[in-house]
Design a protein around this ligand. Structure first.
Ligand code: NAD
Length: 361
Protein backbone atom coordinates (compact mmCIF):
# COMPACT_ATOMS: atom_id res chain seq x y z
CA UNK A 1 0.00 0.00 0.00
CA UNK A 2 1.19 3.55 -0.76
CA UNK A 3 0.12 6.57 1.24
CA UNK A 4 0.49 9.79 -0.70
CA UNK A 5 -0.54 12.82 1.28
CA UNK A 6 0.32 16.27 -0.02
CA UNK A 7 -0.72 18.70 2.67
CA UNK A 8 1.35 21.82 1.94
CA UNK A 9 -0.50 24.44 -0.08
CA UNK A 10 1.87 25.82 -2.72
CA UNK A 11 1.73 29.32 -4.19
CA UNK A 12 4.10 29.58 -7.14
CA UNK A 13 5.08 32.06 -9.83
CA UNK A 14 5.57 35.79 -9.99
CA UNK A 15 3.53 37.58 -7.35
CA UNK A 16 3.27 34.50 -5.10
CA UNK A 17 4.62 36.57 -2.17
CA UNK A 18 1.43 38.61 -2.28
CA UNK A 19 -0.38 35.66 -0.71
CA UNK A 20 1.14 36.92 2.57
CA UNK A 21 -1.26 39.87 2.41
CA UNK A 22 -4.07 37.67 3.76
CA UNK A 23 -2.40 37.63 7.20
CA UNK A 24 -3.96 40.29 9.42
CA UNK A 25 -4.06 41.23 13.14
CA UNK A 26 -1.59 38.49 14.04
CA UNK A 27 1.71 37.93 15.80
CA UNK A 28 4.23 36.91 13.15
CA UNK A 29 7.76 35.62 13.63
CA UNK A 30 10.02 35.63 10.56
CA UNK A 31 13.07 33.34 10.76
CA UNK A 32 15.49 34.48 8.13
CA UNK A 33 19.05 34.10 7.03
CA UNK A 34 20.97 37.15 8.40
CA UNK A 35 22.42 37.83 4.96
CA UNK A 36 18.91 38.30 3.56
CA UNK A 37 18.13 40.77 6.33
CA UNK A 38 21.32 42.76 5.69
CA UNK A 39 20.78 42.97 1.94
CA UNK A 40 17.13 43.91 2.50
CA UNK A 41 15.72 40.92 0.63
CA UNK A 42 13.62 40.40 3.73
CA UNK A 43 11.56 43.37 2.55
CA UNK A 44 9.95 40.99 0.06
CA UNK A 45 8.30 39.47 3.13
CA UNK A 46 7.85 42.57 5.28
CA UNK A 47 6.36 44.71 2.49
CA UNK A 48 3.63 42.12 1.98
CA UNK A 49 2.66 41.85 5.65
CA UNK A 50 -0.31 43.99 6.65
CA UNK A 51 0.38 46.82 9.11
CA UNK A 52 -2.14 45.33 11.56
CA UNK A 53 0.32 42.51 12.30
CA UNK A 54 3.02 42.54 14.98
CA UNK A 55 6.15 41.29 13.23
CA UNK A 56 9.44 40.16 14.78
CA UNK A 57 12.54 38.82 13.09
CA UNK A 58 14.94 36.08 14.21
CA UNK A 59 17.99 36.18 11.95
CA UNK A 60 20.63 34.24 13.84
CA UNK A 61 20.62 31.43 11.26
CA UNK A 62 23.77 29.37 10.68
CA UNK A 63 24.50 26.83 7.91
CA UNK A 64 23.96 23.19 8.88
CA UNK A 65 21.65 24.59 11.60
CA UNK A 66 23.19 23.94 15.02
CA UNK A 67 20.94 22.83 17.89
CA UNK A 68 22.08 25.86 19.93
CA UNK A 69 20.53 28.16 17.30
CA UNK A 70 17.32 26.11 17.26
CA UNK A 71 17.23 26.51 21.02
CA UNK A 72 17.51 30.33 20.74
CA UNK A 73 14.78 30.31 18.08
CA UNK A 74 12.52 28.32 20.41
CA UNK A 75 12.99 30.93 23.14
CA UNK A 76 12.01 33.67 20.69
CA UNK A 77 8.88 31.76 19.62
CA UNK A 78 7.78 31.34 23.22
CA UNK A 79 8.59 34.97 24.05
CA UNK A 80 6.40 36.43 21.32
CA UNK A 81 3.76 33.68 21.31
CA UNK A 82 3.65 33.71 17.50
CA UNK A 83 0.55 32.66 15.55
CA UNK A 84 2.44 32.64 12.22
CA UNK A 85 5.99 31.40 11.68
CA UNK A 86 7.62 32.32 8.38
CA UNK A 87 10.86 30.59 7.35
CA UNK A 88 12.59 32.76 4.72
CA UNK A 89 15.90 31.62 3.27
CA UNK A 90 17.68 28.49 2.15
CA UNK A 91 17.33 25.07 3.75
CA UNK A 92 19.22 26.30 6.83
CA UNK A 93 16.61 28.98 7.66
CA UNK A 94 13.63 26.75 6.89
CA UNK A 95 15.08 23.82 8.86
CA UNK A 96 15.77 26.07 11.86
CA UNK A 97 12.07 26.98 11.81
CA UNK A 98 11.10 23.32 11.45
CA UNK A 99 13.43 22.26 14.28
CA UNK A 100 11.82 24.93 16.45
CA UNK A 101 8.35 23.52 15.78
CA UNK A 102 9.57 19.95 16.29
CA UNK A 103 11.00 20.54 19.76
CA UNK A 104 8.27 22.94 20.93
CA UNK A 105 5.63 20.36 19.93
CA UNK A 106 7.50 17.71 21.89
CA UNK A 107 7.56 20.00 24.92
CA UNK A 108 3.83 20.78 24.52
CA UNK A 109 4.60 24.48 24.16
CA UNK A 110 3.20 25.26 20.75
CA UNK A 111 -0.03 26.92 19.70
CA UNK A 112 -2.18 24.19 18.13
CA UNK A 113 -3.21 26.44 15.23
CA UNK A 114 0.25 27.75 14.30
CA UNK A 115 0.53 28.53 10.58
CA UNK A 116 3.97 27.69 9.21
CA UNK A 117 4.90 29.34 5.93
CA UNK A 118 8.13 28.32 4.18
CA UNK A 119 9.62 30.61 1.54
CA UNK A 120 12.75 29.13 -0.05
CA UNK A 121 15.33 31.55 -1.47
CA UNK A 122 17.63 28.82 -2.79
CA UNK A 123 16.58 26.22 -5.35
CA UNK A 124 17.90 23.07 -3.78
CA UNK A 125 16.54 21.46 -0.66
CA UNK A 126 12.79 21.28 -1.28
CA UNK A 127 12.51 21.66 2.49
CA UNK A 128 9.37 23.77 1.99
CA UNK A 129 7.41 20.57 1.26
CA UNK A 130 9.19 17.89 3.28
CA UNK A 131 8.56 16.47 6.73
CA UNK A 132 12.28 16.58 7.48
CA UNK A 133 14.50 19.09 9.30
CA UNK A 134 18.24 18.55 9.30
CA UNK A 135 19.95 19.95 12.40
CA UNK A 136 23.50 19.62 13.70
CA UNK A 137 24.58 18.53 17.16
CA UNK A 138 27.67 20.70 17.62
CA UNK A 139 29.08 18.49 20.41
CA UNK A 140 29.29 15.38 18.24
CA UNK A 141 29.34 17.13 14.80
CA UNK A 142 26.48 14.85 13.75
CA UNK A 143 23.73 16.04 11.41
CA UNK A 144 20.41 14.56 12.50
CA UNK A 145 17.28 14.39 10.38
CA UNK A 146 14.21 15.12 12.49
CA UNK A 147 11.22 13.51 10.78
CA UNK A 148 7.61 14.33 11.56
CA UNK A 149 4.51 15.31 9.58
CA UNK A 150 3.95 17.95 12.27
CA UNK A 151 6.77 20.04 10.81
CA UNK A 152 5.39 20.05 7.26
CA UNK A 153 4.84 23.68 6.27
CA UNK A 154 1.18 24.66 5.97
CA UNK A 155 2.06 26.90 3.04
CA UNK A 156 5.04 27.07 0.66
CA UNK A 157 5.67 30.16 -1.44
CA UNK A 158 7.77 29.73 -4.57
CA UNK A 159 8.29 33.23 -5.88
CA UNK A 160 11.00 33.38 -8.55
CA UNK A 161 11.96 36.89 -7.39
CA UNK A 162 13.52 35.36 -4.26
CA UNK A 163 16.15 33.54 -6.33
CA UNK A 164 17.19 36.31 -8.71
CA UNK A 165 20.05 37.33 -6.42
CA UNK A 166 21.58 33.85 -6.13
CA UNK A 167 25.28 33.89 -7.06
CA UNK A 168 26.51 31.22 -9.52
CA UNK A 169 28.35 29.17 -6.87
CA UNK A 170 25.15 28.73 -4.83
CA UNK A 171 23.13 28.00 -7.98
CA UNK A 172 25.66 25.25 -8.74
CA UNK A 173 25.69 23.65 -5.28
CA UNK A 174 21.96 23.80 -4.71
CA UNK A 175 21.18 22.73 -8.28
CA UNK A 176 23.22 19.57 -7.74
CA UNK A 177 21.21 19.01 -4.55
CA UNK A 178 18.05 19.00 -6.69
CA UNK A 179 19.55 16.41 -9.03
CA UNK A 180 20.58 14.25 -6.07
CA UNK A 181 17.09 14.40 -4.53
CA UNK A 182 15.51 13.52 -7.85
CA UNK A 183 17.91 10.65 -8.55
CA UNK A 184 17.96 9.19 -5.04
CA UNK A 185 14.16 9.37 -4.79
CA UNK A 186 13.85 7.60 -8.17
CA UNK A 187 15.84 4.57 -7.06
CA UNK A 188 14.88 4.61 -3.35
CA UNK A 189 13.10 1.67 -1.76
CA UNK A 190 9.97 3.77 -1.22
CA UNK A 191 9.66 4.94 -4.86
CA UNK A 192 6.32 4.49 -6.61
CA UNK A 193 4.71 5.79 -9.82
CA UNK A 194 3.71 9.05 -8.14
CA UNK A 195 7.17 9.89 -6.80
CA UNK A 196 8.75 8.71 -10.07
CA UNK A 197 6.69 11.24 -12.02
CA UNK A 198 7.88 14.04 -9.73
CA UNK A 199 11.50 12.86 -9.87
CA UNK A 200 11.48 12.52 -13.66
CA UNK A 201 10.10 16.01 -14.20
CA UNK A 202 12.56 17.60 -11.77
CA UNK A 203 15.47 15.73 -13.40
CA UNK A 204 14.30 16.86 -16.83
CA UNK A 205 14.21 20.51 -15.65
CA UNK A 206 17.72 20.21 -14.18
CA UNK A 207 19.05 18.90 -17.51
CA UNK A 208 17.36 21.75 -19.40
CA UNK A 209 17.92 24.70 -17.10
CA UNK A 210 20.65 24.27 -14.46
CA UNK A 211 23.60 25.29 -16.60
CA UNK A 212 21.83 28.35 -17.92
CA UNK A 213 20.76 29.38 -14.41
CA UNK A 214 24.44 29.11 -13.44
CA UNK A 215 25.89 30.91 -16.46
CA UNK A 216 23.31 33.62 -17.05
CA UNK A 217 22.37 35.45 -13.87
CA UNK A 218 19.63 37.22 -15.83
CA UNK A 219 17.97 34.07 -17.15
CA UNK A 220 14.79 34.40 -15.11
CA UNK A 221 13.11 31.47 -16.85
CA UNK A 222 15.99 29.12 -15.95
CA UNK A 223 15.95 30.28 -12.32
CA UNK A 224 12.18 29.92 -12.07
CA UNK A 225 12.32 26.42 -13.58
CA UNK A 226 15.07 25.41 -11.14
CA UNK A 227 12.93 26.67 -8.27
CA UNK A 228 10.10 24.42 -9.44
CA UNK A 229 12.54 21.52 -10.02
CA UNK A 230 13.69 21.84 -6.42
CA UNK A 231 10.11 21.71 -5.17
CA UNK A 232 9.21 18.70 -7.35
CA UNK A 233 12.31 16.82 -6.17
CA UNK A 234 11.45 17.68 -2.54
CA UNK A 235 7.98 16.25 -3.05
CA UNK A 236 9.50 13.16 -4.69
CA UNK A 237 11.81 12.32 -1.82
CA UNK A 238 9.21 13.20 0.79
CA UNK A 239 7.25 10.25 -0.63
CA UNK A 240 10.03 7.90 -1.71
CA UNK A 241 12.84 8.58 0.76
CA UNK A 242 16.53 9.06 -0.02
CA UNK A 243 19.61 6.90 0.39
CA UNK A 244 23.27 6.48 1.07
CA UNK A 245 24.31 9.58 -0.91
CA UNK A 246 22.58 11.77 1.66
CA UNK A 247 23.77 9.67 4.60
CA UNK A 248 27.36 10.43 3.61
CA UNK A 249 26.65 14.07 2.70
CA UNK A 250 25.34 14.54 6.25
CA UNK A 251 28.74 13.45 7.59
CA UNK A 252 30.59 15.74 5.18
CA UNK A 253 28.40 18.62 6.31
CA UNK A 254 28.44 17.87 10.04
CA UNK A 255 32.18 17.26 10.38
CA UNK A 256 33.77 19.20 7.50
CA UNK A 257 31.05 21.79 6.75
CA UNK A 258 31.14 21.09 3.03
CA UNK A 259 28.07 22.80 1.50
CA UNK A 260 25.25 20.25 1.35
CA UNK A 261 24.61 20.33 -2.40
CA UNK A 262 28.33 20.09 -3.17
CA UNK A 263 28.76 17.20 -0.73
CA UNK A 264 25.96 15.37 -2.54
CA UNK A 265 27.38 16.17 -5.97
CA UNK A 266 30.88 14.81 -5.39
CA UNK A 267 29.43 11.51 -4.22
CA UNK A 268 26.88 10.95 -6.97
CA UNK A 269 28.87 8.96 -9.55
CA UNK A 270 30.49 6.71 -6.95
CA UNK A 271 27.13 6.02 -5.31
CA UNK A 272 25.62 5.18 -8.72
CA UNK A 273 28.39 2.58 -9.21
CA UNK A 274 27.93 1.23 -5.68
CA UNK A 275 24.15 0.87 -5.99
CA UNK A 276 24.33 -0.49 -9.55
CA UNK A 277 25.70 -3.73 -8.11
CA UNK A 278 22.04 -4.38 -7.43
CA UNK A 279 20.56 -5.35 -10.82
CA UNK A 280 17.09 -3.81 -10.28
CA UNK A 281 18.65 -0.51 -9.20
CA UNK A 282 20.93 -0.57 -12.23
CA UNK A 283 17.83 -0.84 -14.46
CA UNK A 284 16.21 2.05 -12.62
CA UNK A 285 19.25 4.34 -13.05
CA UNK A 286 19.22 3.55 -16.78
CA UNK A 287 15.49 4.27 -16.99
CA UNK A 288 16.04 7.61 -15.20
CA UNK A 289 18.76 8.56 -17.69
CA UNK A 290 16.37 7.86 -20.59
CA UNK A 291 13.39 9.60 -18.98
CA UNK A 292 15.27 12.84 -18.28
CA UNK A 293 16.56 12.99 -21.85
CA UNK A 294 20.19 11.95 -21.41
CA UNK A 295 20.03 8.51 -23.04
CA UNK A 296 18.18 7.22 -26.09
CA UNK A 297 15.31 4.75 -25.75
CA UNK A 298 17.35 2.00 -27.37
CA UNK A 299 20.55 2.57 -25.38
CA UNK A 300 21.48 -0.46 -23.28
CA UNK A 301 21.49 0.03 -19.49
CA UNK A 302 25.30 0.40 -19.30
CA UNK A 303 25.33 3.11 -21.97
CA UNK A 304 22.40 4.91 -20.36
CA UNK A 305 24.17 4.95 -16.98
CA UNK A 306 27.41 6.04 -18.65
CA UNK A 307 25.54 9.02 -20.16
CA UNK A 308 24.04 9.89 -16.78
CA UNK A 309 27.46 9.93 -15.12
CA UNK A 310 28.94 11.85 -18.06
CA UNK A 311 26.25 14.51 -17.64
CA UNK A 312 27.05 14.78 -13.92
CA UNK A 313 30.81 15.07 -14.51
CA UNK A 314 30.43 17.57 -17.35
CA UNK A 315 27.98 19.87 -15.63
CA UNK A 316 30.11 19.87 -12.47
CA UNK A 317 33.13 20.83 -14.54
CA UNK A 318 31.20 23.56 -16.38
CA UNK A 319 30.04 24.94 -13.03
CA UNK A 320 33.60 24.87 -11.64
CA UNK A 321 32.73 22.44 -8.86
CA UNK A 322 35.47 20.30 -7.29
CA UNK A 323 35.65 16.77 -8.66
CA UNK A 324 36.22 15.02 -5.37
CA UNK A 325 36.35 15.58 -1.64
CA UNK A 326 40.10 16.14 -1.48
CA UNK A 327 39.59 19.28 -3.62
CA UNK A 328 37.06 20.82 -1.20
CA UNK A 329 38.81 23.71 0.50
CA UNK A 330 40.98 22.70 3.44
CA UNK A 331 39.57 19.23 3.80
CA UNK A 332 42.13 16.48 3.42
CA UNK A 333 40.16 13.36 2.75
CA UNK A 334 42.44 11.95 0.11
CA UNK A 335 42.21 8.47 1.66
CA UNK A 336 38.47 8.49 2.04
CA UNK A 337 36.54 5.35 1.22
CA UNK A 338 32.84 5.18 0.42
CA UNK A 339 32.50 1.95 2.44
CA UNK A 340 33.94 3.62 5.56
CA UNK A 341 31.39 6.44 5.40
CA UNK A 342 28.61 3.91 4.84
CA UNK A 343 29.70 2.03 7.96
CA UNK A 344 29.68 5.26 9.96
CA UNK A 345 26.22 6.14 8.63
CA UNK A 346 25.05 2.70 9.70
CA UNK A 347 26.50 3.08 13.20
CA UNK A 348 24.96 6.54 13.51
CA UNK A 349 21.61 5.20 12.27
CA UNK A 350 21.33 7.95 9.65
CA UNK A 351 17.64 8.34 8.75
CA UNK A 352 18.28 8.27 4.98
CA UNK A 353 20.11 4.94 4.97
CA UNK A 354 17.10 2.57 5.19
CA UNK A 355 15.73 4.09 1.95
CA UNK A 356 18.81 3.06 -0.04
CA UNK A 357 17.94 0.53 -2.75
CA UNK A 358 20.99 -1.66 -2.11
CA UNK A 359 20.85 -3.15 1.38
CA UNK A 360 23.58 -1.97 3.71
CA UNK A 361 24.69 -4.53 6.26
P1 NAD B 1 21.75 27.50 3.08
O1 NAD B 1 20.37 27.71 3.54
O2 NAD B 1 22.77 27.12 4.09
O3 NAD B 1 22.22 28.80 2.29
C1 NAD B 1 23.46 28.80 1.60
C2 NAD B 1 23.92 30.24 1.36
O4 NAD B 1 23.05 30.87 0.43
C3 NAD B 1 23.90 31.11 2.62
O5 NAD B 1 25.12 31.80 2.67
C4 NAD B 1 22.75 32.09 2.37
O6 NAD B 1 22.98 33.34 2.98
C5 NAD B 1 22.77 32.22 0.87
N1 NAD B 1 21.50 32.59 0.24
C6 NAD B 1 20.27 32.05 0.46
N2 NAD B 1 19.37 32.59 -0.38
C7 NAD B 1 20.03 33.51 -1.14
C8 NAD B 1 19.64 34.39 -2.19
N3 NAD B 1 18.39 34.42 -2.67
N4 NAD B 1 20.58 35.22 -2.72
C9 NAD B 1 21.86 35.16 -2.28
N5 NAD B 1 22.29 34.34 -1.31
C10 NAD B 1 21.39 33.52 -0.74
O7 NAD B 1 21.84 26.39 1.91
P2 NAD B 1 20.79 25.36 1.33
O8 NAD B 1 21.55 24.52 0.39
O9 NAD B 1 19.56 26.01 0.85
O10 NAD B 1 20.38 24.48 2.61
C11 NAD B 1 21.27 23.52 3.12
C12 NAD B 1 20.73 22.90 4.38
O11 NAD B 1 19.45 22.28 4.13
C13 NAD B 1 21.64 21.79 4.89
O12 NAD B 1 21.73 21.84 6.30
C14 NAD B 1 20.94 20.52 4.44
O13 NAD B 1 21.27 19.41 5.23
C15 NAD B 1 19.50 20.92 4.57
N6 NAD B 1 18.54 20.14 3.77
C16 NAD B 1 17.30 19.98 4.27
C17 NAD B 1 16.36 19.25 3.58
C18 NAD B 1 15.00 19.06 4.14
O14 NAD B 1 14.15 18.40 3.54
N7 NAD B 1 14.71 19.61 5.29
C19 NAD B 1 16.68 18.70 2.33
C20 NAD B 1 17.96 18.89 1.84
C21 NAD B 1 18.88 19.62 2.56
Amino acid sequence: MNIISQTTKIYSGEGAMESLRDIKNSKVLVMSDGFLVKNKMINMVLDNLDKTNTVEIFDDIKPDPPLSVVSKAMAKMIQIDAEYLIGFGGGSAIDTAKGTIYFLKQAGKLKKDLEFIAIPTTSGTGSEVTNVAVVTDEQSSVKHALVSDEILPTVAILDPKTTESLPPAIVANTGMDVLTHSLEAYVAKGANDFSDALAEKSGELVVKYLLSAYKNADDKVAKEKMHMASNLAGNAFNIAGLGVNHSIAHQLGGVYHIAHGLANAILLCEVIDFNSEDSKTKEKYAEYSRKIGLAEKNDCDCDAIYKLKLFIRNIMEEMNLPKNISQCGNVDLSKWKLEKFIMTANTMKDRCLPGNPRDIK
